[in-house]
Design a protein around this ligand. Sequence first.
Ligand SMILES: NC(=O)c1ccc[n+]([C@@H]2O[C@H](COP(=O)([O-])OP(=O)(O)OC[C@H]3O[C@@H](n4cnc5c(N)ncnc54)[C@H](O)[C@@H]3O)[C@@H](O)[C@H]2O)c1
Ligand SMILES: [Zn+2]
Length: 381
Amino acid sequence: MKNVHRIEDYFTIKYRHKIFFTENVFSQENYILKNILEKDANSKALIVIDNGVVENNNTLLSSIAEYFNSVSIVSKCVTITGGEAIKNNLDKLIKVLSLIDKNHIDRHSYLIGIGGGAVLDITGFAAAIAHRGIRYIRIPTTTLAQCDSGVGIKNGLNLFGKKNFIGTFYPPIAVINDFNFLNSLSQRDKRSGLAEVVKIALIKNKKLFEEVQLLSDRLNSFEPSAMKSVIIKCAQLHFDHIVNGGDPFETGNSKPLDFGHWSAHKLEQISKFKIKHGEAVAAGIAIDTLYSANIGFIKPTTAKTIIDQLIKLGFQIYYPEIEIKDSNGKLIILEGLDEFREHLGGNLSITLLKGIGKSIQVNNIQLDLVEKSLNQLRNYC
Ligand SMILES: NC(=O)c1ccc[n+]([C@@H]2O[C@H](COP(=O)([O-])OP(=O)(O)OC[C@H]3O[C@@H](n4cnc5c(N)ncnc54)[C@H](O)[C@@H]3O)[C@@H](O)[C@H]2O)c1
Ligand SMILES: [Zn+2]
């Protein structure tokens, strides 16, 4: 073809992904954060904290103020409401963006998000788009955020009734998990994140599943050393997938870490987010585990072992919301498959189990077998 002038080359951006596990991140002796912040005269930090964390930790705000004074960094702490509801409109995102503006947070300043997955999604998104990207540090404070969402490099908000419809891939400059924050969590939020531990164990690491089996009672009572052990391993497996998996920005057709999530995201939405993400993931795992057995990938006894384990951890694996139908008599939860396909672009790709610790991607889901799995799950309960 004539009249075409083409300019083309590759360019590469290198990221260093850092996850720390510690306790008392804001005690004067703890140097993790101090070592990350560059102590130049212009450094400023805006710290956005989940209200659930502040309300349950009386001395937190004063500890943070003292910590930043000691490193001579101008800081401003702001509390925002936590929980899934803040992801359902743009209000909190705009609030964080306006705080970035008012406090003159520039590309050499820091935005530090402290909270559960929802607050981290909002702050991560704001950091990604303000000034086309400001330095972002995450301090996850829930089981789920420490073992899964906070470890990753993406963020998302719900729009048009669809989970995580908008968002970006934006690696934080560091993630600092402080186990002490877990002490003030509600039992529901302590448990919820364990679903992601079971998920990653099932698709990637049989040994972790066996550890969860062994620690069942201790995890059920949220014993700190048992929780720490599985959180670190779960985070490590998510980390390995991002750093060594070859597709950190999910440009391919599949989301292999999202086992059990096509139905989980829909279930959260059908329940108007009364069912928490991790709770929905536990039910989603049960659905896709039964489907994996029904399609012949795993033995029914393996499926039973997995579902029994979820129940042992205290999860409800069936919700009446699963059965809600639309005006055409179609189960609404099945729309989750279309939304998954649309989110990924191209072909549908769903992660199923080939065994404990072994996954397989499939491009076709048989709706009759999904319905069979849903019925089995109802009967199971
Ligand atoms: N971006 C990602 O890659 C990714 C991955 C998985 C999940 N997520 C998202 O994460 C969200 C779920 O996160 P979550 O399970 O952390 O729940 P959450 O953020 O909804 O928080 C749950 C509740 O715990 C409170 N809270 C947080 N920390 C606390 C503490 N230390 N003490 C007392 N209360 C505290 C919050 O205020 C909130 O009420 C979902 O929106 C999900 O979509 C994102
Ligand atoms: Zn999840």
